[in-house]
Design a protein around this ligand. Structure first.
Ligand code: NIG
Ligand code: FE
Length: 442
């Protein structure tokens, strides 16, 4: 369905800033997050999908084959593609009705308690076939790529039956195979207690039965079919409490899943401590984390995935304490939380803008969090997230001469040309080159 221009070599030259993020082969912490290893007036040479050289344009150009395709990035920033480490991008239906209700003063939790929220999307997602879900996801894949995102983590969690969870994970697998976007699958069967397991007369037996179903049927099946790399749980007082989350996550860990989960999002509930205890790969959201939780994440080397878009969109004011996390030496990643309820945006650029203005992250820290640290949080730091020889050529050309303008001019899309595995997958007519066929044109 997607065709690409096949080119053995691609040379991007004259970039005013080549933001390489070259550095230690691990998540960047503390002051390292402010070091983007920028090369000025530089070039990157791509061969067979991999980066083979970066450096001064004249030196790199000398290594290129005579017929290699070139892209002139004069007055432009060239960076690694964004890695969005937390999304719920496969869903049916939209929830603009709830958006309007929140404007009228209802909270996210109040809407959920009335049967809206996640359960509303679950009802619509259950009703959709795999083919329909795939088709619904295609325009979102296009949005993501057009905004400079080349890899996402994608969760299930809007099925909440064995078959519907498998359906979503298979759609994620198909999107990864059939579109230029790279998707890393996460199983989120414990996203919410589904409607049919909510009876008020049985003192919690029904909810325990649902948790048993997740542990004894869903997790083993997802593991057997290799449909997810990670397991997530919505660990929150009104959803799955710490004891319930621990049960599910321990079972997942025993089956070989990595752990990344929603922790301390809407209240301080011990989720961050649990992430440290279980040596999770990431703890996500953590708006309500306390000093003990920050210290626990640092000691256990858990990466904090911050999602300021959800705070912003829910009209809340309590953002994750990014400055304290960075000062404490926790590796910080940024993600969109793209979903139809709390954060309906595919734009990492928007996440950067909110991170800089509301969490006081510097633009450099935000870029590190959105690329190399996010790549490490998905166990892909050795292949993605920086522009270094030997790495996969996931590269974006931005229409500005200074990387700080990416968050500074907010609400617009700065991405001009997007390259995935060495192939141009998004381009713009006004770039000056002949339009490239069979790729998205902005
Ligand atoms: O990250 N917190 C749980 N899950 C999502 C919201 C999903 C939804 O509202 O549909 C989140 O905010
Ligand atoms: Fe989420």
């Amino acid at each position: 369905m997607f065709l690409f221009i096949m080119t053995d070599e691609l040379l991007i030259l004259n970039a005013s800033q080549l933001v390489t993020l070259k550095g230690a082969a691990r998540p960047r912490v503390g002051a390292e997050m402010r070091d983007l290893a920028i090369l000025e007036n530089s070039a990157v040479l791509i061969r067979d999908g991999l980066i083979v050289a970066t450096g001064a344009t004249s030196e790199v150009a000398a290594q290129a084959a005579s017929q290699c395709q070139t892209l002139d990035a004069a007055n432009r920033v060239v960076m690694p593609g964004f890695v969005d480490a937390h999304t719920h991008a496969v869903f049916a239906g939209t929830r603009e009705d709830e958006y309007e209700m929140r404007a009228a003063g209802f909270t996210y939790q109040e809407i959920a308690a009335r049967g809206g929220g996640i359960r509303s999307t679950v009802r619509k997602t259950r009703a959709a076939s795999a083919a329909e879900l795939f088709d619904m996801a295609l325009p979102r894949v296009r949005w993501l790529l057009e905004h400079g995102t080349t890899t996402i983590e994608a969760k299930s969690g809007y099925g909440l039956t064995l078959d519907d969870e498998l359906k979503i994970l298979r759609v994620i697998q198909s999107l990864n195979r059939d579109t230029p976007l790279e998707l890393v699958p996460t199983f989120l069967g414990a996203h919410e207690i589904p409607d049919e397991y909510r009876r008020s007369d049985d003192a919690g037996q029904a909810r325990t039965a649902y948790i048993d179903l997740v542990i004894s049927e869903m997790l083993p099946r997802v593991a057997n079919e290799h449909l997810a790399e990670f397991c997530d749980v919505f660990c929150e007082a009104h959803v799955f409490n710490v004891q319930e989350s621990r049960r599910i996550l321990k079972a997942a860990k025993e089956l070989g899943f990595g752990l990344r989960f929603h922790a301390d999002q809407l209240s301080l509930g011990g989720g961050s401590q649990l992430a440290a205890e279980l040596q999770a790969t990431t703890a996500d959201h953590i708006e309500w984390i306390d000093e003990a939780g920050i210290a626990a994440l640092q000691r256990a080397k858990v990466i904090a995935v911050l999602l300021p878009g959800a705070v912003f969109n829910l009209g809340l004011t309590k953002y994750a304490p990014a400055r304290r996390l960075i000062e404490a030496g926790v590796g910080v990643a940024l993600a969109t939380d793209f979903n139809p309820g709390s954060s309906p945006t595919p734009s990492m650029q928007m996440a950067l803008s909110i991170a800089c203005t509301q969490m006081q992250m510097t633009p450099a820290e935000a870029l590190t969090a959105a690329t190399i640290n996010a790549a490490y949080s998905l166990n892909r730091g050795a292949r993605l997230g920086s522009l270094e020889s030997g790495k996969q050529a996931d590269v974006v050309i931005f229409d500005c001469a200074d990387y700080r303008q990416i968050p500074y001019f907010f609400g617009i899309n700065h991405a001009l040309t997007v390259i995935k595995k060495g192939r141009v997958v998004v381009t713009q007519k006004s770039l000056g080159e002949k339009p490239i066929e069979n790729c998205y044109t902005r």
